[in-house]
Design a protein around this ligand. Structure first.
Ligand SMILES: Cc1ncc(COP(=O)(O)O)c(C=O)c1O
Length: 414
């Protein structure tokens, strides 16, 4: 969340004054947001939920994923992508990312096995996955695609909104996301059956208020209903989204243009799958060595992608420990249906991913940066590159007006 001010306060105050904080009512803020956001994304339906993790699980339930199924997830993502797979009884299979820091289509091809049913491409740090390649592989192997758009809100892939390309897309509206309701999440899809199942998972009692159709037999789900306070805030945040993404895209373009000359030293912009359309929340550079990446970050406030503290598979404790459920009898790793699925993880696997992540540095954009901030950042990136790649001493460079790493985007950095 970059901006929240009087308009959000007023929208939330209006809901409190109305005394109607439950979403099933006339003039529902949640319903208004769901319709507006579905139209914005270009999908048939959007269903709000209490978090992105619930959104992911609801998407998998909607798609019919469960015990007996393997789901391919990237080695670099927040752990919730993998735990959502476990929450529905299926097994996450971890596959490599490529230099775009998103899931590698070649690694997907190599990882597909007889039990693979779905892929979760994660638009990590706002960078779009290679959706054309992923959808082509999915069609050829009859796999379902659930986009994890939690970090990709407001971005597109070659003109199509992230979350509208796969069979469903899951979103988070927690504090660190491009659009926030404090917490929150949801699921987008154009398949009414997927939407109905997802809504039943999010609120299995919804038919008390909304009625029950004959198309889908209801089942016991969790309770992850959104509140009107969240809906009210998101309706304001949605008004801000395109302007914020536009500002970050223009900042990213300026930074890339202003640092292109450093390619000669070895500071290479990370390859992007949709450079003009993604969220541009980070400008990423790939350095030749891990030591160079480390030296760069000591001068320029920036973050090494592999050192964000929680976004890479060796940090997914419950997954690596096979603690897949609160109760042993429900643990997907020991369910008879999952016998024969690939359940082994080795902290040494996906070495290519770890190498790329430890050489990738991220410089955060911010819609509130002015021209002066951006010029200073370009200057500082130049100076950091000279320290990292030309062995210039830190005492011999000049750093301008540095701001600390943007905690808006990282709640902690390892
Ligand atoms: C890529 C990714 N997936 C899933 C989630 C889970 O979202 P939430 O925290 O709203 O449950 C997050 C949140 O940080 C995320 O970044």
């Amino acid at each position: 969340m970059y901006l929240a001010g009087e308009e959000e306060i007023e929208a939330i105050a209006r809901v409190i004054r109305s005394g109607q904080l439950f979403r099933y009512r006339d003039d529902s803020e949640c319903e208004r947001f769901e319709k507006r956001y579905a139209a914005d994304l270009g999908v048939g339906e959007f269903a709000l939920a209490a978090s992105g993790t619930y959104g992911l699980a609801a998407g998998l339930v909607g798609l019919g994923i469960g015990p007996g199924d393997e789901v391919l997830v990237p080695a670099h993502t927040y752990m919730a992508t993998a735990t959502a797979v476990l929450a529905v009884g299926a097994i996450p299979v971890i596959v490599d990312i490529d230099e775009s820091v998103t899931i590698s289509p070649a690694a997907i091809r190599d990882a597909i096995g007889p039990h693979t049913r779905a892929i979760i491409p994660v638009h990590m740090w706002g960078a779009a996955c290679n959706m054309d390649a992923i959808m082509e592989i999915a069609a050829r192997h009859d796999l379902l695609v659930l986009e994890d758009v939690c970090q990709g809100i407001g971005g597109s892939y070659e003109g199509r909104k992230l979350g509208s390309i796969g069979h469903a897309g899951a979103f988070s509206f927690n504090f660190f996301k491009n659009m926030s309701g404090g917490e929150g999440g949801g699921i987008a899809t154009s398949d009414p059956k997927v939407a109905e199942r997802a809504r039943c998972y999010i609120d299995p009692c919804h038919f008390y208020w909304q009625g029950r159709g004959d198309a889908t037999k209801p089942f016991a789900g969790v309770g992850a209903r959104a509140s009107e306070l969240m809906g009210a805030m998101l309706n304001v945040q949605l008004n801000r989204l395109d302007g914020m993404i536009g500002a970050m895209r223009s900042e990213k373009k300026k930074i890339l243009a202003g640092t292109r000359h450093l390619g000669n030293l070895g500071l290479k912009a990370s390859p992007m799958n949709s450079a003009d359309h993604d969220c541009a929340t980070q400008v990423m550079f790939l350095l030749p060595t891990q030591a160079a990446a480390k030296a760069f970050t000591t001068v320029m406030p920036s973050v090494i992608a592999g050192k964000t503290g929680r976004h890479t598979f060796p940090q997914w404790d419950q997954v690596l420990m096979h603690e897949g459920s609160h109760h042993p009898a429900l643990n997907p790793y020991t369910l008879p249906e999952n016998k024969g699925l690939r359940t082994t993880y080795d902290p040494d696997m996906c070495r290519t991913s770890l190498d790329i992540l430890n050489r990738t540095v991220m410089v955060a954009t911010n819609p509130q940066h002015g021209e002066r901030d951006i010029d200073d950042m370009i200057h500082n990136i130049d100076q950091a590159a000279r320290v990292a790649l030309e062995n210039v001493a830190v005492d011999d460079i000049v750093i301008r007006n540095t701001k600390p790493v943007d905690l808006q985007k990282f709640d902690s950095v390892a």
